[in-house]
Design a protein around this ligand. Structure first.
Ligand code: ZN
Length: 451
């Protein structure tokens, strides 16, 4: 077998791993690069193989940095199956068209402002390309075995977000395991990652390979911020990712009220995508910790805003309430309208529920900016801005080592990917010293023979 690292090597986005075995060529994950321009430009580089030559794609989960290149792959000639779990398939049908629409909007914006070197600027792919992926999506349940050319595939639960999996690929020469993105052992919503079968080679994520998450209770932390905001007569705004984070926040709010840690106030989810994703969490309740009944109770905590009119009317409200809205780093979406309305009032709070990438409005707010730019105008920041780093959907260093301990004892080599260089290297050292395994951090485009 041969393994080539086409993405998420030395960085956290762009996950793409090419596996070649006699008679089989499979791409594991098919993500786009996100973040700084130098990385995003890689999305435009041709892949070192013909898309039509692939037998199949295997997707660990629906996040765009693992799936967002699929529409381009299909447009450019890939005709095989995309194997993923049933919830991942449903999430992709929400996330991919939205991603295509955003690429089209970016290109249109560049053309209006004439800041692209290319005239006209083209989208990486279109919404229509994203919809063309659907017929090729093939749902594979956890534990099921699927033959792909000369390989055998099996998905194992990875926690993280709804439907997320680790992927085991078995060939005549041995077993290759991809961790995918791993969740946490004490996630309020998702089960901890399951132990896969022992593998010969393991590709391990390292997003938080150098960190340990705080042990604080996220419910108490959210409740505390909500309580003081309500006491001031203010509104609490939670910019949030639509998948995973939004549902965790609803759980925290529900628990805050149930345990009487904060006064009960109306909660609104104002993000069409978060609304659709929440429905999937309800439909696939066997894929997470909440039962069908608990799901109903938790998600009933919120009213789901539908029309743009309803969304606008929310900004006229003056009494204490909570708004959960996307995007999570305030780079776009309906949350921008709420920020513009709520930031100038010192009674309100904007709670950033996670990591904010450099260059985003979220990062500016977290850094204490006195004003931020929205829709061409400057908005003064007088509201309280707080940050909460307790709702990460990613395993920390302890969790990663624990997972590797469950399946890595006989591994011939571990490849550490999906991390910034410092995080990957810190994990590499712990894997070598604590578990005594052969381990490397592969370079971008590096290929290794597994034998
Ligand atoms: Zn992910």
């Amino acid at each position: 077998m041969r393994l080539t690292f086409l993405g998420a090597a030395g960085t956290v986005t762009g996950s793409k791993f090419l596996v070649e075995a006699p008679g089989a060529r499979v791409l594991v994950d098919c993500g786009v690069y996100q973040g700084v321009k130098k990385l995003r430009l890689r999305n435009w580089e041709p892949l070192p193989f013909e898309p039509s030559s692939l037998d199949a794609v295997v997707l660990t989960h629906a996040h765009i940095d693992h799936s967002g290149y699929l529409p381009a792959l299909v447009r450019d000639g890939f005709r095989g199956s995309v194997h993923c779990t049933p919830p991942t398939r449903e999430l992709l049908e929400i996330l991919l068209p939205d991603s295509g629409k955003l690429h089209e909007e970016d290109a249109a914006y560049a053309n209006r402002k004439h800041f692209s070197k290319h005239e006209p600027a083209l989208p990486l792919y279109r919404e229509e390309d994203a919809r063309n992926v659907f017929p090729q999506l093939h749902a594979v349940g956890f534990g099921e075995r699927v033959r792909i050319a000369g390989l055998s595939l099996r998905f194992v639960p990875a926690g993280h977000i709804l439907g997320a999996a680790s992927a085991e690929l078995e060939a005549a020469g041995g077993r290759l395991l991809f961790s995918g993105d791993l969740g946490r052992w004490n996630d309020p919503l998702m089960h901890p990652p399951a132990a896969p079968a022992p593998a010969d080679w393991i590709v391990l994520e390292s997003t938080y390979g150098d960190r340990r998450h705080p042990d604080q209770d996220p419910v108490a932390a959210v409740a505390e911020v909500l309580r003081r905001t309500v006491l001031r007569g203010g509104i609490l705004l939670l910019p949030s990712f639509a998948v995973g984070r939004a549902q965790s926040l609803l759980y925290c709010l529900h628990e805050s009220f149930r345990r009487e840690l904060a006064p009960r106030v109306p909660v609104y989810v104002n993000s069409p995508m978060a609304t659709s994703a929440t429905r999937l969490y309800q439909r696939f309740s066997s894929y997470h910790r909440l039962s069908e009944g608990e799901c109903e109770a938790v998600f009933e905590v919120a009213s789901f805003v539908r029309s743009v009119e309803e969304s606008k009317r929310l900004n006229e409200r003056r009494e204490p309430l909570v708004i959960v809205s996307a995007s999570g780093m305030a780079t776009g979406g309906r949350v921008l309208h709420h920020l513009r309305a709520l930031l100038p009032d010192p009674r309100n709070t904007v709670l950033l529920p996670g990591f904010q990438a450099p260059g985003t409005r979220g990062a500016d707010l977290a850094a204490g900016a006195e004003s931020i730019k929205i829709h061409g105008g400057r908005v003064p920041v007088r509201a309280e801005v707080a940050q909460l780093n307790l709702l990460s959907a990613h395993a920390d260093q302890r969790d990663l080592l624990r997972w590797l301990g469950s399946c890595g004892a006989g591994a011939r080599r571990v490849f550490v990917v999906h991390g910034e260089p410092a995080a990957s290297d810190a994990l590499r050292v712990r894997v070598r010293d604590d578990l005594g395994l052969a381990v490397t951090v592969p370079d971008h485009l590096e290929a290794v023979e597994l034998a």
